[in-house]
Design a protein around this ligand. Structure first.
Ligand SMILES: Cc1ncc(COP(=O)(O)O)c(C=O)c1O
Length: 393
């Protein structure tokens, strides 16, 4: 029903993914393929275009008011898709999840406090923590037979009296790990015992492959609701990164008041109407589109994994439970990280995200965004095959 094979030209459209390639990667080839930042090359669900078109046709674009229907659309989505019941009063809309995490940092910690990350982890976590003059405590994930696991025992030894908040990415980016209810409960217990807040970024929670099931942290560990802030968004799910709206959700009224005070201090209570309209329409109308997208992405994942491991003997692509962000360990190829990077960037003319960006544990890895029409994916795979051909003798 939806044509995910359709190539939509994005160059020259203020697309960060396509128009920033040369600036950010140094790859100047006009046919470079961007496989870095996490947005997709697919048209969003048609219900989004319809809602935006109706707004455009009205022609008047004044201040947006009453976030009630938006929060209700999110609540209904979470109930339907994840069995999670939230009260719409728990929802604080924010202009992007990273901005929202900045609000959480400001509301629940002080400059100089320590924030726990589980690297390799989404690089903007590091950026927002440092930009807010907090410090990072790295609790490196352990690669257990191709799947990440948290080492809470090791983390227990790192914690100090200045440690305040744990940033969890669930599902994890990169690596696509879907955390089990037991893992989430253990982390929740850890936070409760040490008086830490838990920020659970679940922006990727709808992009789950057929063998896996996402458990919201609030479902796995309702007993820590008072110290939990969950983050949800329609932007990754429905390819609306430019709409740049997300939600912070916490049932603790006192916590919410602190967060809302920071939001008010930046005057972020006044919300961009186009972002609100697009994301609400996506939650309300996008479910069948998402179901079909996931089938398409799963096939892209399977094609990519097989092709990269064949192209570069010794490379291992972590089996994704979730996300469209393939996470590939090239250390087994016998090549240096620089050599791998040069082959991918210069020979294959592909901009992938360098592993170091994700912190400890990322050296020698690259992250590839697979959410692109299959003709583009196939071209990328053919180029990767050629870029490593000499390794295959
Ligand atoms: C884990 C995670 N959180 C947040 C974001 C970005 O969210 P936003 O654009 O709403 O700030 C991303 C984008 O890739 C992400 O992977």
């Amino acid at each position: 029903m939806f044509d995910f094979d359709r190539i939509i030209e994005r160059r020259g459209t203020h697309s960060s993914k396509w128009d920033n390639i040369a600036k950010l990667s140094g790859i100047t080839a006009p046919d470079a393929i961007p496989m870095w930042v996490a947005d997709m090359d697919f048209a969003a669900p048609p219900g989004v275009a319809e809602a935006l078109t109706a707004e455009v046709n009205r022609g008047v674009h004044g201040y947006y008011a009453d976030t009630g229907t938006w929060a209700e659309a999110l609540a209904q989505w979470l109930k339907r898709r994840h069995g999670l019941a939230i009260d719409t009063a728990w929802v604080t809309p924010v202009p992007g999840i990273v901005a929202g995490l900045g609000m959480v940092l400001q509301a629940l910690s002080e400059p100089g406090d320590e924030i726990v990350l589980f690297p390799p982890a989404y690089h903007a976590f590091r950026k927002i923590i440092l930009a807010n003059d907090r410090r990072i405590l790295d609790a490196q994930l352990v690669n257990q037979q191709g799947r990440y696991a948290m080492d809470l025992e090791a983390l227990g030894k790192l914690i100090t009296p200045r440690t305040r908040i744990v940033f969890l990415c669930s599902p994890h980016n990169p690596g696509g790990t879907v955390w089990s209810p037991d893992e989430l409960t253990a982390l929740a217990r850890f936070c409760a015992e040490r008086n830490l807040y838990l920020a659970s970024d679940e922006i990727h929670c709808d992009l789950i492959f057929s063998h896996a099931k996402h458990t919201p942290t609030l479902t796995a560990a309702p007993e820590i609701a008072d110290r939990l802030v969950s983050c949800f968004a329609a932007t990754k799910t429905f390819n609306l990164a430019g709409a740049h709206m997300g939600a912070l959700v916490t049932s603790n009224a006192a916590l919410r008041a602190k967060i809302n005070a920071r939001v008010a201090a930046a005057n972020l209570t006044s919300l961009p109407s186009f972002g609100m309209i697009a994301t609400e329409a996506a939650w309300r109308t996008g479910e069948e589109w998402l179901n079909q997208l996931l089938v398409y992405l799963e096939k892209n994942r399977d094609l990519f994994d097989a092709a990269i491991e064949k192209a570069a003997p010794g490379a291992r692509s972590m089996r994704l439970d979730a996300t469209y962000l393939a996470w590939v360990d090239f250390s087994g190829t016998g090549l240096s990280a620089d050599d791998v990077a040069a082959r991918v960037a210069q020979r294959a003319r592909i901009f992938a995200s360098p592993g170091q960006q994700f912190g400890p544990g990322g050296d020698g890895w690259l992250r590839f965004n697979l959410a692109t029409p299959r003709p583009i994916l196939n071209e990328a795979l053919a180029r990767l095959d050629a870029a490593f051909a000499d390794l295959r003798g």
